[in-house]
Design a protein around this ligand. Structure first.
Ligand code: PGA
Length: 252
């Protein structure tokens, strides 16, 4: 059985101080709600404070990106080892905002995923189609191709530390959500692709989240779908009450 994973992606929001306060307020609300894993992916500078505040709770801390080299002359970049030492267990790789605004490609997403896994981080690998691709009817091909390219060279053993977040780009931060049927269908295409690359066992085991305007109002319906094993939540992860409601939906 796959465990549901509810992950928040704070993006460029919350200072270290605000992160500590948020987690101290959230912890009692989600205490004992263990039918899902709970992760907050925070800005780099918040990681240490967030990890400290999350100690002894069921909240885990992640980062939002990682560089693929171990060290060296890469001004502004952060290595996997740095993230681990700061207290991160997870890292988001390949978010569409990184692909759209910061020039990331499937090739760099693949390198980052490999580096993170090699260092011992768990990866939340984001992929998904843009609006024109959905309208042209090529969503299945796009997500299958991204899955193959982003996971190239990653072993079935390493795949146990990968979560895939299916995030239709047209649904991120727009208030538009994929219907539960669309989310289920496309997560299913990704699962079939995993079966083709690896095995049925790997496909059965991999956690595939939906992301894109998931909130307290639509989470229950989305999470009820067989192929949707959790959520990657942006906007609604910035309010403790909304995020708690999503955790509650995953604990029904
Ligand atoms: P959103 O963001 O929930 O604000 O749409 C999701 C994401 O970007 O991961």
């Amino acid at each position: 059985m796959r465990k549901t994973v509810i992950a928040g992606n704070w993006k460029m929001n919350m200072t270290p101080k605000a992160a500590g306060e948020f987690i101290r307020a959230l912890a009692p609300e989600v205490k004992g709600k263990d039918k899902c894993d709970i992760v907050l992916c925070v800005p780099f500078v918040d990681i240490a404070t967030a990890a400290e505040a999350a100690k002894g709770t069921n909240i885990k801390i992640g980062a939002q990106n990682v560089h693929f080299e171990e060290k060296g002359a890469f001004t502004g970049e952060i290595s996997a080892q740095m993230l681990l030492e700061a207290g991160a267990e997870y890292v988001i790789v390949g978010h569409s905002e990184r692909r759209q605004y910061f020039g990331e490609t499937d090739a760099t997403v693949n390198l980052r995923t490999k580096a993170a896994l090699a260092a011992g981080l768990k990866v939340i690998l984001c992929l998904g189609e843009v609006k024109e691709q959905r309208l042209s009817g090529i969503t299945d091909e796009v997500v299958a191709m991204q899955t193959k390219l982003d996971l190239a060279g990653i072993t079935e053993e390493q795949l146990k530390n990968v979560i895939i977040a299916y995030e239709p780009v047209w649904a991120i931060g727009t208030g538009l959500t994929a219907t539960p049927e669309q989310a289920d269908e496309t997560c299913g295409v990704i699962r079939k692709t995993i079966a083709a690359i690896y095995s049925e066992k790997a496909a059965d085991g991999i956690v595939i989240q939906y992301g894109g305007s998931m909130n307290d109002g639509n989470a229950a319906e989305l999470l009820a779908k067989a192929n949707v094993d959790g959520g990657l939540i942006g906007g609604a992860s910035l309010k403790t009450d909304k995020f708690t409601a999503i955790v509650d939906a995953a604990n029904k």
